[in-house]
Design a protein around this ligand. Sequence first.
Ligand code: NAG
Ligand code: NAG
Length: 405
Amino acid sequence: MISSVCSFIRLILLIAAVASSIAAAASIPLPGRKIFDVRSYGARGDGKTDNAMAFTKAWKEACEWKGFPRVYVPFGTFYLGGVIFTGPCKSRISFIIKGTLLAPKEANAIKEETWIIFRYVDYLTVSGGGILDGQGSYSWPLNNCRQNSNCRALPMNMGFQFVRFSRISHIRSINSKMGHLNFFGVQNFNISRMSIRSPGDSPNTDGIKIGLSSNMKIDNVDIGTGDDCIAILSGTTNLDISNVNCGPGHGISVGSLGRYKDEKSVQGITVRDSIFNGSTNGVRIKTWGSTSTPNLVSNFLYKNLQMINVGSPINIDQQYCPTSNCNYESASHIQIQDVRYNNIWGTSTDKVAVKLQCSKNFPCKGVELTDVNLVHSGPDGPATAFCENVGGRTHGKIAPPSCIR
Ligand SMILES: *[C@@H]1O[C@H](CO)[C@@H](O)[C@H](O)[C@H]1NC(C)=O
Ligand SMILES: *[C@@H]1O[C@H](CO)[C@@H](O)[C@H](O)[C@H]1NC(C)=O
């Protein structure tokens, strides 16, 4: 009896010893892992000191490190002037933001078109639960882009230029001066678990802007802004958008396209399993009615989308004109084809819930509606659909009744 108690105790001790040696092994840093804490480079989280130099130094050393470098921004408010984090780097690199990065109030204090830029980097992770605060409320009243098409673009919050095999997650972006996140020349990039917010009446505050980029995923992102929740521009291919909450804002938009020469096609876009709440549009494709370089917009799938009090839930507009003085020399030269809308339901605040207004010279081809149920409750009666120069098919139940032939 006594000996069996003893052996039981011995067993317990043995288990404890093994467990503690496992714990000790786990706390030994991985070879090559190194944290580049911005405070070691002179950064101060006091909300006043300009930390641009300190952040840039931390990035440079981390970028040169062979192993597993992590740039680390702890809790605190770090005032930061415009910065460019340039690669290529020697290894996979992480940029962890726990605290808040605070932009200058003055737009002129930022020289580039974007406040925080990552450029020529592969295998980058930006994460950490922190906040990017663009302090846009100081510059919104100065924005005159509605009246002046040559207005100076104000800096966006964060930009990724020629970045590949990378991701951003668990970051909040608030009150950008113009757009929040900008992607240009990016390949294989995932955006997930983000919150992006500016007031619904702040001018040109696009949530996510993407151009000349391919193989991107956007998942689990909450966006409320004063412009497009997501703007998909020239040269974007293979983009998968899911589980997005959009509103307020102007919806998930392709374009505008057809205003500039040498634009590239936009192909292979999926928007699925998302909610639009109080946005002025749901899913929209907008092209100017001008004779720019002919171009193709094709192979789209819009699926499982709920619309809650959305202005124009389904919208193709090939006579896009945000101001009243557009000069249409002719019909749009953008060919839109193979666009499928599948299981789209909810409420529309405009009477025209489905608007498919295509180009006279390049009518839309292969537009397919399956199971659409959009309701307009207002004094001006039930929802309607509007079609111009559109060819395609319908399946299942369609309300308002389809006008596609
Ligand atoms: C993006 O997410 C997909 C899975 O959803 C994964 O297979 C891929 O490796 C991710 N890419 C990057 C660059 O993190
Ligand atoms: C839609 O937005 C309204 C107003 O912000 C909010 O009260 C409501 O909970 C939202 N609905 C959903 C389903 O998210």
